[in-house]
Design a protein around this ligand. Structure first.
Ligand code: ZN
Length: 265
């Protein structure tokens, strides 16, 4: 164990997998046009006031697990060599406020931003998978970059108990229970925003999911299995298309057992 790992009490192996998952999710989010030259993914280190995040200036399309940083809640770099993203208070303040959250995405997704710039229009769950956001998708009013503790705290407060928060004229932040879940949620978030925008562009009145429909969808929901199924698809596709190095497949692709459903419908 390295001196730094001793200092943080983190096993290098566990950290390596977190860094690998964060790197893979980041590259796949670029491939899905959810991240580009900016935006970032963080993963909490359980039991520590610390998390894994990329170096702010590194290309999102080429991020490597070996260059990931471990950063504490004061923004200090505990492991790695580089500066974290300037909007690090987003991650710090949400991880502090939400012990249930293990992974955070901050993105400047154009479609999400569009929904903060239309009078009388609110992004709502339209597609079945968007039942994830049934509690609501609030919009934080601060349009500037989130660079201070105070701004981060205000954003975490706007997010509240929800799983997504839009940021006025700036972007969005999603939270989830794992890096895999975060990536799949981001894919579905974009699909849902696209569906609502298509309804608006057709000149139609969008028909969001009703409470009764959401209840029915959730009766049939197998979130954990669904995440593994889609993660398997996207990791394999990413390797085939050269988005992910081939040797990332073995540690990232779910086993056949993991992809076996425990319910039959
Ligand atoms: Zn931003």
């Amino acid at each position: 164990m390295s001196a730094q790992a001793k200092r943080t009490g983190i096993t290098p192996q566990a950290n390596d997998l977190r860094a690998l998952e964060a790197a893979a999710a980041t590259r796949l989010l670029v491939a899905e046009r959810i991240l580009d030259y900016s935006g970032h993914v963080s993963i909490r280190i359980p039991g520590q006031d610390a998390f894994v995040i990329q170096i702010g200036s590194n290309s999102r399309a080429e991020v490597e697990p070996g260059s990931m940083l471990v950063v504490d809640y004061n923004g200090n770099v505990l492991e790695g060599d580089g500066q974290p993203p300037s909007e690090i208070p987003i991650h710090i303040e949400i991880l502090k406020a939400r012990p249930d959250v293990q992974a955070i995405l901050h993105s400047h997704m154009e479609l999400a931003i569009a929904f903060t710039m239309m009078e009388g229009v609110k992004l709502v769950p339209m597609r079945a998978r968007a039942s994830r956001w049934k509690s609501g998708i609030p919009t934080d009013p601060d349009p500037s970059h989130i660079k201070t503790e105070e701004q981060g705290r205000a954003l975490a407060k706007t997010l509240g108990p929800h799983h997504a928060v839009l940021m006025r004229a700036h972007g969005l932040t999603l939270v989830a229970e794992s890096a895999q879940a975060l990536f799949i949620d981001a894919v579905h978030f974009k699909e849902n925003a696209t569906a609502q925008m298509q309804a608006l562009q057709a000149g139609a009145k969008p028909l969001p999911l009703t409470d009764a429909e959401i209840e029915q969808i959730e009766k049939m929901e197998m979130r954990d299995w669904h995440i593994k199924k889609l993660w398997n698809y996207y990791v394999r596709k990413g390797i085939t298309e050269g988005v992910l190095p081939e040797d990332w497949g073995e540690p990232l692709i779910p086993s056949r057992e993991m992809l076996t459903r425990d319910r039959t419908h």
